[in-house]
Ligand binder design. Structure first.
Ligand SMILES: Nc1ncnc2c1ncn2[C@@H]1O[C@H](COP(=O)(O)OP(=O)(O)O)[C@@H](O)[C@H]1O
Ligand SMILES: [Mg+2]
Length: 398
């Protein structure tokens, strides 16, 4: 295959290793400076220029987008996606992962355990938020920090309030997060490629530092992961739309707590700690996936008028629960079931003899009108408001 590594640091360890692993496997590979692309929207089809010249054909790209160029970098990746060039990490995935709040919002929807976190803006909401996540000591994080910069441990509520107020006054958004003291300055970095963890290490903070980042003096050691940690890391990466990711987890009392998912994980520390060929695993994975560029399913499936994608939830007590999928008459109504989500597992192309359980979720493609009638009423989280009277206000003009 012909592969491009999108990187502004051709000499960095990770870029060099990816290039070498690709060459070693007989692939053609180029390192292209992300900032030298021009996105061309004038032609009939999406296109790219590189250093002023039309870009030649590539089969796949590996985006290594630094924090300082997220906007332009993800625009370039998105353009490759529009050109049907395979990328293990989508533009969406990269931008969601980069924003700690956005990542938390997405992951929490999918039952990934994370340290209790809050996000507030008004001064009056700061103290209650600190109390809700568990009080002091409390961790304060800038939304887009890396390498441990912008992660602060505040020993008392008053100090935390002062720090947050100061940051707010300089227009910085911060997360308020419970300090997971039982992890004692250690965390786990799991390197996910596709649907498995290919390498993992534990990072241990230096001295009385609580941040275990290597840039903060942390040291690393190889670790054999408990399957729960592996599954959590793989699911977190997949939910974020990242097929190559470094998932950072704290070791909480009840298991893994995901802190962040990195879309351009460094390879030096993890290869050194484990002695494993992580770069090679990434190249092998991409070579196997090249034929399947990322497709925005909803976008593609919604182009026929009246058709679309919907999720049907089998709430407990619904008449469908306990019956076979094939007996619901979906196919007769021109509805195809793409996947069945059950708890944290996904059954692709579920068979018709599968018995439905409460809270099963069916991802379906079909006629929107047919599916609308099957979508149960939205579950209300709060007491209902009173309905408006059928008649408009009485006419008082006479
Ligand atoms: N809630 C927390 N409790 C305990 N330690 C934490 C917590 N959040 C972060 N840390 C420590 O601080 C480090 C940096 O935090 P992280 O959110 O990963 O920011 P960065 O993106 O700067 O690496 C983590 O690797 C971990 O060691
Ligand atoms: Mg980190």
């Amino acid at each position: 295959m012909k592969l491009a590594v999108l990187s502004r640091a051709p000499q960095s360890y990770s870029t060099q290793r990816l290039r070498a692993a690709a060459v070693q496997r007989g692939h053609q590979v180029k390192v292209l400076n992300t900032l030298r692309f021009a996105i061309d929207l004038t032609a009939d089809e999406p296109d790219l220029h590189y250093r002023g010249r039309p870009l030649s054909d590539y089969d796949a790209v590996i985006p290594r987008i630094g924090n300082s160029i997220t906007y332009f970098g993800t625009a370039v990746v998105r353009q490759f996606e529009q050109m049907d060039v395979y990328t293990p990490n989508t533009a969406n995935g990269i931008s969601s992962a980069r924003d700690k709040l956005r990542a938390n919002q997405i992951l929490s929807k999918h039952n990934i355990a994370m340290p209790p976190t809050a996000f507030v803006r008004n001064r009056a909401d700061v103290r209650p938020a600190i109390e809700r996540v568990g009080g002091a000591p409390v961790v304060i994080k800038l939304l887009e920090g890396t390498q441990g910069i912008g992660v602060i441990l505040a020993p008392q509520v008053k100090v935390a309030e002062a720090i947050i107020e100061t940051l707010h006054s300089t227009k910085q958004n911060v997360l308020i997060q419970r300090f997971i003291s039982e992890s004692r300055g250690r965390d786990i970095r799991a390197l996910v490629v596709g649907d498995r963890v290919v390498a993992a290490m534990r990072r241990v903070a230096h001295g009385d530092e609580f941040r275990s980042n290597v840039h903060r003096g942390g040291t690393v050691e190889a670790v054999t992961l408990d399957p729960v940690y592996e599954q959590t890391a793989v699911r977190a990466a997949q939910i974020m739309g990242l097929r190559v990711a470094g998932v950072d987890m704290l070791e909480g009392e009840d298991g893994p707590l995901v802190m962040e998912v990195n879309s351009s994980p460094g390879l030096q520390g993890i290869e050194a700690a484990t002695g494993l060929d992580v770069a090679g695993a990434i190249i092998d994975y991409i070579a196997g996936q090249v034929a399947f560029p990322e497709i925005d399913v909803r976008q593609r499936l919604s182009v026929s008028t009246g058709y679309g994608v919907a999720e049907l939830v089998m709430h407990a007590g619904a008449e469908q629960v306990g019956r076979q999928l094939g007996d619901l008459g979906l196919w007769d109504r021109d509805i195809t079931v793409l996947t069945l989500h059950r708890g944290v597992t996904v059954i692709p192309n579920p068979r018709k003899h599968v018995i439905l359980e409460p809270e099963d979720r069916l991802l379906c493609f079909g006629k929107l009108d047919e599916m609308r009638s099957m979508i149960p009423e939205r579950r209300r989280r709060r007491a209902k408001v009173r309905r408006l009277p059928k008649e408009p206000l009485p006419d008082r003009s006479s």
